[in-house]
Ligand binder design. Sequence first.
Ligand SMILES: Nc1ncnc2c1ncn2[C@@H]1O[C@H](COP(=O)(O)OP(=O)(O)OP(=O)(O)O)[C@@H](O)[C@H]1O
Ligand SMILES: [Mg+2]
Length: 383
Amino acid sequence: MTTAEAPPPTSERTNKFGIDWAPGTLESSDAIISVRHLRKWFQVGNTILGFGTKHWLKAVDDVSFDIERGKTIGLVGESGCGKTTTLKVLLGLETPTEGTIYFEGQDVATLTKAGRKEFRTSIQAVFQDPWSSLNPRMRVNSIVAEPLEIATTMTRGQIRTRVGELLTEVGLNSYQGNLYPHEFSGGQRQRIGIARALALNPKIITLDEPVSALDVSIRAQIMNLLVDLQEEHGLAYLMVAHNLATVRYMCHRTAVMYLGVVQEMGDTESIFRKPTHLYTNALLSAALPSHPDIEREEIILPGEVVSPVDPPPGDVFMTRTPLPVDPDHEYAKSRPPLTEIEPDHWVTVTPWSTIDAANEQGIDLALSVDEEIESGSFEGGGR
Ligand SMILES: Nc1ncnc2c1ncn2[C@@H]1O[C@H](COP(=O)(O)OP(=O)(O)OP(=O)(O)O)[C@@H](O)[C@H]1O
Ligand SMILES: [Mg+2]
């Protein structure tokens, strides 16, 4: 009889590129981008000539995840928890304070000029509001052609052909390229944004609330288009959404953020079926029921949303938990790590942060959402 080998210690675990593994990341992933211990702190408050106190707004504070080929990872959490900042760092619109971003195994900070250009081309963005992201004075042909004109040596004729193909691919007619953005519906404008993002054949597209500005009736069409494009091109998406039904539909893996820190992450179905962190449960309970007859009691977390400026060094969730906190506990003083509670399901486990801890302490949080999730009738829906 052979005994199973013990897993290597954390410090020796790496993914296929030899990149350090971190809790919540994938060892055997087909990662195009690996983010490790990313921090983005903004200095806030007044310092004059170095005098005065420096304060740090910790928008993203030690976040690690992988973006896998052909897969979608979702970022959820209440307003201000650092979702857009994470995307901006990846898009090169903000510089990280700390941490490493690997592109196909290479630290992007060490890429050559050509490598950096390839990285920038490989990651494109679709924004929430197609109104403000499309130049109203440009015809659609020019809007979609712009990245090709800037980043390629294609001839005018080649660009014209490619723009026509792109418009057709996103479900528009090529003749519509002569129109201006205001001559389209909201859903069609988002299609134009998607065509532009696709122009340079990216490997990854960031989607920051891609359907929330759209009429409910056309959200599904745009989500289906994104899923079809993903399957066809093996695209990877990093998606931010408040609407949990959208997340469940689109995302293979999901990370739940609170105050710049990931509290629960992993396989989306596992998280929706067995939400373990109290914060995840509160988010799910605040989503609209799938049917008006379903009664769901919302879990209201006590305390105010804490400011991300100079957060305490311990668990950031500590001040929002309905459970008692022992101020001498190590996690009241230092950040708790993510723990794998079942395969690819990671949670920050402390005596005050999980449903199990509440149950053990006999504290009933009225989690009526549980039954709905069990029966599969939960659909989510933002407020
Ligand atoms: N350039 C900046 N300077 C200072 N603080 C900033 C800057 N950009 C973002 N922040 C702060 O960082 C935190 C995270 O912001 P971010 O936009 O990432 O949140 P979000 O999760 O995308 O929220 P929402 O759901 O409202 O879009 C917020 O407290 C925000 O005020
Ligand atoms: Mg945002």
